[in-house]
Design a binder for this molecule. Structure first.
Ligand code: NAI
Ligand code: 15L
Length: 266
């Protein structure tokens, strides 16, 4: 197999559970890690409970690892202290450990909430200044800058994948735009891991949906081609073109409902 050992953090989470099965062909051993229970290790797996905020534990976690899919952390808006430990301290611990262990490539699960304060009428790319929509988005901006530093200083390659909404299917109008199918996520990760040179790349993780806010041309070297589209769910949201809706902040900004969690709207 192409890699001996891939580390997947966040393995007990929604995406981690999907990826646990799907990345098996890429590595002899998949090391799964989370702060929550992941069940027993199956063949070709190692299961390691670890708090990302625990520096010594994260350094031990990296032993013998060839590539990292960093999906662990707090995945929605929360108070700064919690986010600081899991996402800021946690991602710092991951990169220091990656550096010490000589790992060459990381995929960092960033988020569309790094740019959540753009309007739903804007069309942006990876060079557009970030506009995080809360502490969670700010922590993902930190991860993007941290990984840029580790590339510039040490040559450690990272793809920061600004995931849209990766769930079984869209559950609201916004997700008709941000939908990222599991199959497309796996294909994107394949591109992130197997493109010979990625340097430091910021890519939007999104399917080929009828409407889009994000131009992925700056990540075209990854060769990612979406196969899925939210159009298959158009019957569920027949009015999804009527967007934004006046006076509904969740439809005015790209970050959607995350905007409601900011003090400005309390
Ligand atoms: P999730 O919340 O289901 O999974 C995150 C996992 O991280 C959980 O299993 C949790 O126990 C673990 N975790 C939290 N704090 C931890 C800590 N201190 N130490 C170790 N593990 C810890 O989230 P999901 O949806 O699976 O997302 C995975 C990653 O992708 C997250 O980093 C999230 O921010 C990012 N993402 C996901 C999107 C989506 O649409 N699902 C969209 C944008 C980004
Ligand atoms: C995210 O960053 C979250 O991790 C996920 O739970 C969704 O809320 C997603 O963004 C989204 O914007 O739909």
């Amino acid at each position: 197999k192409p890699f001996n050992r891939i580390l997947l953090t966040g393995a007990a989470g929604g995406l981690g559970k999907i990826l646990r099965e799907r990345i098996k062909p890429w590595a002899n051993i998949v090391r799964l890690s989370d702060i929550s229970d992941m069940g027993p290790a199956n063949e070709g797996e190692e299961v390691v409970l670890c708090d990302l905020a625990d520096k010594a534990a994260v350094h031990a976690l990296m032993d013998g690892v060839d590539a990292v899919l960093h999906f662990g952390g707090i995945s929605t808006e929360n108070n700064f202290e919690a986010i600081m430990l899991a996402n800021i301290q946690g991602t710092y611990n991951i990169y220091e450990a990656v550096h010490k262990a000589g790992v060459k490539r990381v995929v960092f699960a960033s988020s569309n909430h790094t740019v959540g304060y753009y309007k739903t009428t804007d069309y942006i790319d990876a060079d557009s200044p970030r506009r995080p929509d809360g502490m969670y988005g700010i922590s993902k901006c930190f991860g993007e800058d941290l990984s840029r530093f580790y590339y510039d200083r040490f040559g450690i390659e990272t793809v920061c994948l600004r995931i849209g909404s990766s769930f079984p299917e869209p559950i609201n109008k916004r997700m008709m735009v941000t939908y990222f199918s599991y199959d497309d996520l796996v294909e994107m990760l394949r591109c992130c891991l197997f493109t010979p040179r990625v340097g430091h790349t910021i890519a939007f993780g999104v399917s080929d949906n009828p409407a889009s806010w994000w131009d992925n041309r700056l990540a075209s070297h990854l060769g990612y081609q979406a196969k899925d589209s939210s159009s298959q769910f158009a019957h569920k949201f027949p009015d999804s073109a009527d967007y934004p809706e006046k006076d509904d902040v969740t439809t005015i900004f790209q970050g959607g409902g995350f905007l409601l969690t900011t003090p400005q709207y309390k």
